[in-house]
Design a protein around this ligand. Structure first.
Ligand code: PMP
Ligand code: GLN
Length: 388
């Protein structure tokens, strides 16, 4: 996808600009409905936005403390206790970051020596691979087998080597929508303990679950002490532009990530940190909104894709649906997605960039339904034109 840039280090040459940025640009250029990049076309709750305005007016506009504002760290600890029954000390075990993106980067940059290997379930969120490469590590993909996205744990064990240091688990999982079951997490925990692996868990979709329940790998016995648990306000509160994320981990792991984090952004978003503290203190009242709001759009988009022969793969959470387009076209998913705006005025994301070997995702397309019912109804109508 990318052309050679003579200034860019060789190991980053293949990354170019993200598929999300490319597809959003295409949506703007073609005035299409953007079911590509995963951001809502509506804002987070007014009370939370007003809390940020209050914080600005009250003068919370300078660098916050390096670990994050105390009220937010306390609110994160409360949230972990209430939802996951996990205890963290806000003084030493919680770090506020510039989105989950920075928490992931800080954690990997802290833990990975050149040549270390990181197990990643594939397809995977694009920043994982890029950061592992920045840290001069290597990813070891673990295939999730479509359409049920099952994991072969014998295979997982067979690819663990002396150099395997970390397993990165994203549940609920982007792009597949898979929510890892307790049984799967227990099997993974066994391997982590047996092979002394550290787990980095990306739980940014923890409150966007439609079937089953979200469980953190850190909740499995023996795992909290070897896990960095990452989440973010972006998806839970529909405030993706605020870039407030966090990680929770035992003291030494949190301290390791803090060391790298302080030289990435140092700190960010002081007044937004206050507002997210307010949101998390609200318990279920704000965290429950998003899944309720998206129930309708999820059903409508699922139905409309299925009706044109784009059978939606198994999914239980996140705001993404995956289809295999080989049932309706011979084109690869990149070509299909590049032509889609012109054909029907809709943008979706080809899944090649979510695979180490892009060819593996050549028939898969991701569709985001984090949009208003009106936008999804219009998208559904346009998708129905694919039938003819
Ligand atoms: N992890 C996953 C799986 C994501 O989908 C995203 C995108 N929201 C992120 C991390 C990044 O989150 P943030 O916007 O908080 O940096
Ligand atoms: N997480 C969003 C997605 O998966 C995109 C965020 C980004 O553009 N980096 O679509």
């Amino acid at each position: 996808m990318s052309t050679i840039n003579p200034y860019l280090v060789s190991r980053m040459q293949s990354f170019g600009s993200t598929i999300f940025a490319q597809m959003s640009e295409l949506a703007i250029q073609t005035r299409s409905i953007n079911l590509g990049q995963g951001f809502p076309d509506f804002d987070g709750h007014e009370h939370i936005r007003k809390a940020a305005i209050r914080a600005i007016e009250q003068g919370h506009n300078q660098y916050p403390p390096a670990l994050g504002v105390p009220a937010l760290r306390e609110a994160i600890a409360l949230h972990q206790k209430n939802f996951n029954n996990l205890s963290y000390d806000p003084e030493t075990e919680i770090l506020v970051t510039a989105g989950a993106t920075e928490a992931i980067a800080a954690s990997l940059l802290a833990l990975i020596e050149p040549g270390d290997e990181v197990l990643v379930f594939e397809p995977f969120y694009d920043s994982y691979h890029a950061v592992v490469v920045m840290a001069q590590g290597r990813i070891t993909p673990i295939p999730l087998k479509e359409p049920e996205w099952t994991v072969d744990f014998d295979y997982v064990e067979s690819v663990i080597t002396e150099r395997t240091r970390v397993v990165l688990v994203n549940s609920p999982h982007n792009p597949t929508g898979k929510v890892f079951t307790e049984q799967e997490l227990k099997k993974l925990a066994q391997l982590c303990i047996k092979h002394d692996l550290i787990a980095i868990t990306d739980e940014v979709y923890e409150h966007i679950v439609f079937e089953g329940n979200h469980l953190s790998l850190a909740q499995i016995a023996g795992m909290q002490e070897r896990s960095i648990v990452i989440s973010s306000a972006a998806k839970t509160f529909s405030l993706t532009g605020w870039k407030i994320g966090w990680l929770c981990a035992p003291k030494d792991l949190a301290q390791a990530a803090r060391t790298t984090k302080q030289f990435l952004t140092y700190v960010n978003g002081a007044p937004f940190q206050d507002a997210i503290a307010f949101a998390l203190q609200g318990g279920n009242s704000y965290t429950d909104l998003i899944a309720r709001q998206l129930q309708g759009p999820r059903s409508v988009l699922t139905r409309s894709l299925n009706e044109v022969g784009l059978k939606v793969c198994s999914n239980s959470g996140t705001y993404f649906l995956v289809t295999d387009v080989s049932t309706v076209t011979d084109e690869d998913s990149m070509t299909f997605c590049l032509k889609l705006p012109e054909r029907i005025g809709v943008v979706a994301v080809p899944m090649e960039p979510f695979y180490k070997t892009p060819q593996s995702g050549r028939t898969l397309v991701r569709w985001a339904f984090c949009k208003t019912p009106e936008a999804i109804a219009l998208a559904a109508e346009r998708i129905s034109r694919l039938k003819t």
